[in-house]
Design a protein around this ligand. Structure first.
Ligand SMILES: C[S@@+](CC[C@H](N)C(=O)[O-])C[C@H]1O[C@@H](n2cnc3c(N)ncnc32)[C@H](O)[C@@H]1O
Length: 269
């Protein structure tokens, strides 16, 4: 997979040389190219921003450097990349999107600063490319570089051969499959006792069925406590009888259509 990042802070992307992504690059599984937006300015001060039309605080990134930089990136490869525009006003970046983007051969990221990029840039490339405006969460960061690091890591670990154990992401929170859209429960390793705290006995029972059931119950408990929105309104499909009993213990009820809901007074601490 090829990844291009256009930024005014190329050094911010240094972590892409480390750990899993760094190793994938070294093995040739990922071709990461970071470009300095300021190399596409032509004034003495390498200006990339200007005041907003319509007034108001903050500055807006000028279209010309972005246009020149993106044209150069597009001209340097075959085919059309998917362009990923990090923005708090985008659609939420989810595991499902990470899976989808991991299938693409080429992604171009455009992390912005200031109040963002002149809208015409998104329109211009949106007419030629699949452009995704994506948010990494409901908060506002100073720039899009950290969101790019987040998205690249989420995508890269899904590429074939990047994770040591190909099964590692199968049971992740949000992973499609057995634990579909449930958060992953707690995990433990050796020693069996640490500061007087022991590991739940079932995990050393060697009984695969009981271990799987325990993990599933913990996933239901954690999801119910931390992300009830992942359960509210879901139908009975994907939940077996035992799941439904666990959910009932946690205060969940099924309505006439079999959809789960929970009265506010039933919320556990
Ligand atoms: C200060 S923010 C601009 C915020 C903009 N005024 C708004 O409210 O939508 C500057 C840049 O940081 C990045 N950014 C900030 N928060 C983000 C988030 N939650 N997800 C993705 N990108 C974000 C985007 O590239 C954005 O253009």
């Amino acid at each position: 997979m090829r990844l291009d990042v256009v930024t005014i802070f190329p050094e911010y992307l240094e972590p892409l040389n480390v750990s899993l992504v760094g190793k994938a690059r070294a093995r040739g599984q990922l071709d990461v190219r970071v470009h300095d937006l300021r190399a596409h300015t032509h004034d003495r001060h390498h200006t990339v921003d200007d005041t907003p039309y319509g007034g108001g605080p903050g500055m807006v990134m000028k279209p010309e450097p972005w246009g020149e930089a993106l044209d150069a990136v597009l001209a340097s490869g075959e085919g059309r990349p998917v362009m990923v525009v990090p923005t708090p006003s985008g659609r939420p970046f989810t595991q499902e999107l990470a899976v989808e983007l991991a299938r693409e051969p080429w992604l171009v990221f455009t992390p912005a600063r200031y109040e963002g990029i002149d809208r015409r840039v998104i329109e211009e490339y949106g007419a030629r490319l699949d452009v995704r405006e994506l948010s990494v969460g409901d908060y506002v960061l100073a720039g899009g570089e950290a969101p790019v690091l987040v998205m690249v890591e989420a995508i890269a670990r899904l590429l074939p051969g990047v994770l040591g154990n190909a099964d590692s992401h199968r049971d992740d929170s949000f992973a499609p499959g057995a634990m579909a859209e449930l958060l992953e429960g707690p995990v433990y390793t050796k020693p069996p006792e640490w500061r007087g705290r022991t590991v739940p006995e079932v995990l050393s029972s060697g009984h695969h069925g009981r271990v799987a059931r325990w993990r599933r119950d913990e996933a239901l408990r954690r999801t119910s406590a931390h992300r009830p929105d992942l359960i509210t309104g879901r139908g009975p499909e994907g939940f077996d009888r035992h799941d439904r009993a666990t959910l009932a213990e946690l205060g969940w009820r099924e309505d006439a259509d079999g959809r789960f809901w929970r009265a506010p007074e039933a919320v556990e601490e």
